[in-house]
Every structure is written in C-alpha cells, then in structure tokens.
Design a protein around this ligand. Structure first.
Ligand code: 48N
Length: 314
C-alpha cells in the first residue's frame, strides 16, 4: 500500500509569459510547477478507513445532537432569511442558550437564494445595510437601498456564521408537524415545544403505516416558516386549527413601503411561548407583501430575537 502522502500545497510559481498573450486581467500568468505537481500525485493516497467508521462518525454526532437538543432553550422553525437572522442575533447575544433550528428542506435558506424572478442580486432597503455590515457582506450603496451582488452571498454567509456558533444545531430535512401545548393555571394556552419528523416521513403519512413523530421541548418557539404555501405559515395555521387564533388575516397585495415596516414592527409573541416573524407574520396580520426586497426579513429576525431574549433576561 502506497505510503500516505502528506499533501503540501505546491506554491504557484510565477513564470514569465511563454510568449503567449497575458491571461485574465493582464496579471502575469501563474502556473504550477507541473513537474513538482505531477510528483505529488504519483504516490498519492488518502489515509485508509473502514466504512463503519464513517457511519459511526455521522450517527454518533446526529443522535448525540438529538439527545442534547431534546430540551432546547429556543427552537426556530424555518431557516429562511428571517429564521437565520434570528438565529444569528440570538446565538451571538446569548452563547449560553441552546438554539435548535428546524428546517423542512434539505437546503436551508428558504426564498433568499435569488433576488426575485430568478434574478441574482438582492436588494435591502436601509437601515438593513447595518445588518449586512455586521455580517461583513459587501454591497453596493444606492442611497436609499443597497444591493448584494448575489442573494446567495447573503444567505451562504449568514448560514455559515449561524452554523459556526457552538450553541446552534440545524436539523434540516426535518419538519415541525405540530406544536407542544400546555394550559396555565387560568386555562390559557402556552406553546412549550415542537413536534418533529423527518420531512420525507412527514410527506408520506398518508401512504405508510403510522410513523409517529419526535419532540423538542423549549420555553420559546420562534416561527418563521414564510407566507402560505405547501409548507408555509405552518405555526399560525396550526394555531387556527387548534382554535388558539380565531382566523388568519391573509397576506395582502404587494406594497413595499407598507409591508416591510409592518413586518418588522409587528414581529412579536402571538400566543405565550410562540413568536412569529418574517412572511409568516403577514398571514396573521393581513400585512402586505413586499416582493423582492429582504431588509424586513433580516430586521424581523433581529426583532424576533430581541422578543425571545426578554424571556431569558438575566
Ligand atoms: O424564506 P422563507 O419562505 O420565509 P422568510 O419569512 O424567512 O422569508 C420570506 C422571504 O423569502 C420572502 O418571501 C420575500 C421577502 N418575498 C416576499 C414576497 O412578497 O414575495 O423561509 C421559510 C422556511 C423555508 O426554508 C421552509 O422550508 C421552512 O421555513 N419551513 C418549515 N421548516 C420546518 N417545519 C415546517 N413546518 C416548515 N414550514 C416551512
């Protein structure tokens, strides 16, 4: 078996132009010393492994996380731009809190991978540029608003920072199927956790035998599941079906100026233990939609985090 070859990065050597036309932006070509490069691959091999080591490395961590977060301090339902902004703000402010994010899709990020109508650039109206600066995300300043060159730059940067916090665990491809409820002494309803299942399981309850869910207990749930759709507005629709909310207001037509202020200022605890933010809130309040501008999602997330922190004020 070939000896494990330690991979040292071959420093690129700047070779003089070989008489060719300068490539790229006119800077000198940078070529690897191909002989050295070839040499390093000749005896290359990864460290040996047994397949079960990979299986155990994944399973041990996943089931340890399930055990750890079965009792969380805060559960965020939905890892779209609002949910991720909430998670970032909370995790940064309170590294002592255990924060579980439940995301139905395999890929978190919700609707924030593109700006609008599949265009790449993402618009945020000021003062949401302050959140971008906090994250170190570059943008073009257009006066009343700023533009991130690609929405994926915002979402991937935010997601990577959220996942880097040691007190945050993302359970993606996992759906919240229901809410855990309690009655207080006066008979009032309080939300006390979430009921979860793997999304592929949740999508097949009608064609398989009983596939019961699992649970996460938490004193605070922040629901940011987006506006109504196949998965959207989950928690507020469930509040109506359990008669904890009389009815939904239903999202109204597009009006950027009205919508973004209403969503940010309206982000709040809807019933004890359940805070709603982002576009899910538009379904409760009958707020307008804002279309392809995302500042309200970021700042609704900040506000949702602040509402949750009241519960944990030291
Ligand atoms: O991106 P969304 O849908 O929701 P928000 O509120 O974070 O951001 C909304 C924003 O993308 C817009 O809609 C923009 C501003 N346009 C407005 C307009 O006028 O058109 O993310 C929600 C996330 C998604 O990733 C879903 O997969 C997830 O929530 N989700 C769930 N996750 C777990 N359990 C559930 N039951 C569930 N339902 C939805």
């Amino acid at each position: 078996m070939a000896p494990a070859v330690t991979i040292d990065v071959v420093e690129p050597t700047t070779l003089p132009h070989k008489g060719g036309v300068p490539v790229g932006n006119g800077k000198p070509r940078v070529d690897y010393d191909l002989e050295v490069a070839d040499g390093k691959w000749k005896d290359f091999s990864f460290h040996p492994i047994r397949e079960s080591q990979v299986a155990r490395a994944m399973a041990r961590r996943y089931f340890n996380d399930l055990d750890t977060y079965a009792e969380s301090d805060i559960v965020i339902v939905g890892a779209g731009s609002c949910g991720l902004s909430t998670a970032y703000t909370l995790a940064k402010a309170r590294p002592d809190l255990k924060i579980a994010i439940i995301e139905a899709s395999v890929s978190p990020g919700g609707g924030a991978w593109l700006g609008g109508q599949l265009f790449s650039a993402m618009v945020m109206r000021k003062p949401a540029d302050k959140f971008l600066s906090e994250l170190g995300i570059p943008f073009e300043d257009e006066g009343a608003y700023v533009v991130v060159k690609h929405a994926a730059l915002f979402t991937s940067t935010l997601l990577s920072k959220v996942l880097s916090f040691p007190n945050v665990k993302l359970f993606n491809a996992t759906s919240v199927e229901d809410l855990i409820t309690r009655r207080d002494e006066s008979g009032g309803l309080r939300i006390a956790g979430v009921v979860t299942n793997w999304t592929l399981v949740a999508m097949h309850h009608d064609d398989q035998s009983c596939m019961d869910p699992s649970t996460i207990n938490a004193p605070v749930i922040i629901s940011t599941t987006g506006h109504d759709g196949p998965f959207g507005a989950f928690s507020v629709k469930r509040l109506v079906s359990m008669q904890a909310l009389e009815k939904l207001g239903g999202m109204r037509g597009l009006d950027m100026n009205t919508a973004e202020d209403a969503i940010v200022k309206g982000t709040r605890e809807i019933v004890p233990g359940l805070i709603v933010g982002g576009m899910e809130l538009s379904e409760v309040d009958g707020a307008n939609r804002m279309g392809p501008t995302f500042g309200a999602m970021a700042l609704s997330g900040v506000k949702a985090a602040e509402e949750a922190l009241r519960v944990f004020e030291l």
